[in-house]
Design a protein around this ligand. Structure first.
Ligand SMILES: [Zn+2]
Length: 292
């Protein structure tokens, strides 16, 4: 079972979240039949979105991240609730994978360097809070860090990793770290943190060494006194149902629903997030139409 932990230094200067998202990303790769680079890109975004969701204060809040670059992968989307449970999809799941010289998957090439990262927080109060930045590199972690720096003025370090078996293309490990400086941090705190980050192994290397999410936070915050704020399990959860799809159909124009009845004698609707298919008979569509 995947876990998120959130820690704070006892001087209140730095917050750190760490996640082991291996099961989430493995499940996403099975649902969407993703190529290695699509698994890596979607996995990184799911990992970050889960940590960002877990930071939402209201229980009914949710967060939606969309990376739209000009690469062959197309848009990558992830949605999390305030418990860090997450779901997502990628437009071109079979996007061909290319590699850097060091053998790492070239996520930037697949996503594309030109484009935007959209962040939409629905705090359950009606008006969603929307932020947008230009993509920095398309590697996703840098884009998330830039989003916090530019859109929210919070100095942030984000590290995301998805390790994929070169032979089988299966997701082996996935995780992330999100570290934020809180207002009023002193210069020596920043220097100490920067030194730690520079010496930090990659997230998947730490997970491969058997380090827990707490170990990862302690490593990033070496030299600081660390307090655990909370720790909880997170999952890939869709939560779709035939009723929810029916209400989507109900929101469509009357003429389109009539077309489904007269021309198609029914409808089939699929969920982007879990690939479940829902069938609607002519009678069911007529019942939806009567509600309008
Ligand atoms: Zn679904």
């Amino acid at each position: 079972m995947d876990k998120i932990i959130r820690c704070i230094t006892s001087d209140g200067a730095i917050m750190a979240s760490a996640i082991d998202s291996t099961d989430i990303v493995y499940k996403a790769s099975k649902i969407h039949h993703t190529s290695p680079v699509a698994s890596a890109a979607l996995g990184r975004l799911l990992t970050a979105t889960s940590m960002m969701g877990a930071m939402l204060k209201s229980k009914t809040a949710s967060i939606n991240l969309r990376v739209s670059g000009d690469g062959p992968l197309g848009p990558v989307i992830a949605v999390a609730d305030s418990f860090g449970n997450v779901k997502g999809y990628v437009s071109n799941a079979s996007c061909p994978s290319t590699h850097y010289e060091n053998g790492k998957l070239n996520v930037s090439q697949a996503v594309g360097k030109n484009g935007v990262l959209n962040v939409m927080r629905d705090l359950g109060t009606g008006e969603p809070y929307i932020g947008q930045i230009e993509l920095q590199s398309g590697e996703i972690a840098e884009d998330i860090a830039a989003y916090y720096a530019q859109s929210e003025q919070i100095p942030t370090v984000c590290a995301l990793g998805v390790l994929i078996d070169k032979e089988t293309s299966e997701v082996l490990l996935s995780g992330g770290l999100l570290i934020q400086l809180l207002p009023g941090a002193f210069e020596d705190t920043i220097e100490k943190l920067e030194k730690n980050i520079a010496e930090l192994d990659s997230v998947t290397t730490m997970l491969a060494k058997g380090m827990s999410t707490l170990d990862m936070c302690k490593e990033a915050l070496k030299g600081f006194e660390v307090e655990v704020l909370d720790e909880f399990e997170v999952k890939y959860v869709c939560g779709c149902s035939k009723e929810k799809i029916a209400s989507l159909i109900e929101s469509m124009p009357k003429e389109e629903i009539e077309d489904m009845i007269v021309k198609d004698h029914g409808a089939q609707a699929g969920c982007h997030f879990c690939n479940k298919k829902f069938e609607f008979s002519e009678d069911e569509l007529k019942a939806i139409l009567r509600k309008k």
